[in-house]
Ligand binder design. Structure first.
Ligand SMILES: [Zn+2]
Length: 287
């Protein structure tokens, strides 16, 4: 327990509504318009018309009020391809062989405890492999709504609940259920704002901590924020990630990973569990 946690009297955020706080109405309206616009763009598109790729749907959170939407999305994607784990996806790309068909690899960023509580039961039932990228300094902690970590680092907007991260026990239980635990750095700082030495520390310290707590080799890394050229430098940081002993580097750039693409620049598609199916159809049929 840190002194900070001792002061934290807030209950963990349990719903997306609580996560959004008072902005939830504005956010909902914006989301609705966005959904309608993308829905219109998705007309005539069909995931089934594209193939020979691995796509990485990824989420930050699945709260109690997002479970139904999350399950609907995963079941929808299952109609189009096979879900494979991060090790298999990495191996697939590294062999450089033809990718025949459509594959999905599901990942979650930040290591929020809601993913253990609300996403894991669903993916376990559906037998979907997944990966949690954890921020090692945050594991086992929770933060008050108005803390710098909540607001600035994780974009939390709630006012009455805390932001709660997975514990190491939950990480181990998730691994037992088939979840791969990867690194999302130790502090969630933007790599582009760090010196080479600082990036190296983020990569090595988080890897070591995961390996110590999990008793596994941590082979997968995901960059905070995720935009190449803005949040990290693919050439510099990709090289460091490789040198540190990781086998993959996940980004937040959208798109399909195809034959010849590098596992050190994985493209992924960010999703919110409340999005409607046309939004998924749009993103996953666009290369
Ligand atoms: Zn993140």
């Amino acid at each position: 327990m840190t002194p900070f946690e001792d002061k934290n009297k807030f209950k963990p955020t349990d719903s997306y509504k609580e996560w959004l706080g008072s902005k939830s109405t504005n956010q909902k309206i914006r989301g609705m318009f966005r959904g309608l616009a993308i829905g219109a763009l998705s007309v005539g598109k069909d995931i089934g018309n594209t193939a020979n790729w691995i796509r990485f749907p990824y989420y930050h959170h699945v709260f109690s009020d997002e479970m139904r939407g999350f399950e609907r999305q995963i079941r929808y994607l299952k109609n189009f391809g096979e879900f494979i784990g991060l090790n298999d996806a990495t191996n697939f790309l590294n062999t450089g062989k033809e990718i025949n068909g459509r594959y999905f690899c599901l990942t979650f960023d930040d290591g929020l405890s809601c993913c253990y509580k609300y996403a894991l039961p669903i993916i376990r039932d559906l037998q979907i492999p997944a990966a949690f990228y954890v921020v090692t300094n945050m594991v086992g902690k929770s933060f008050e709504p108005d803390s710098l970590v909540s607001r600035k680092v994780f974009g939390f907007r709630g006012t009455n609940t805390s932001i709660e991260f997975l514990t190491w026990d939950q990480c181990r239980a998730s691994a037992q259920a088939g979840v791969t635990i990867g690194s999302h750095t130790k502090s969630h700082r933007r790599l582009s704002e760090l010196t080479l030495r600082e990036v190296r520390t983020e990569l090595t310290a988080s890897k070591l901590e995961i390996e110590t707590h999990m008793g596994i080799v941590c082979e997968h890394f995901c960059a905070p924020y995720g935009l190449p050229g803005e949040d990290f430098y693919l050439k510099r940081d990709g090289q460091l990630v490789r040198e540190t002993g990781y086998r993959s580097f996940a980004t937040g750039s959208r798109g399909a990973n195809k034959k010849g693409d590098s596992s050190f620049a994985l493209k992924r598609d960010h999703l919110l569990a409340n999005w409607d199916i046309p939004q998924l159809r749009y993103f996953f049929s666009t290369s």
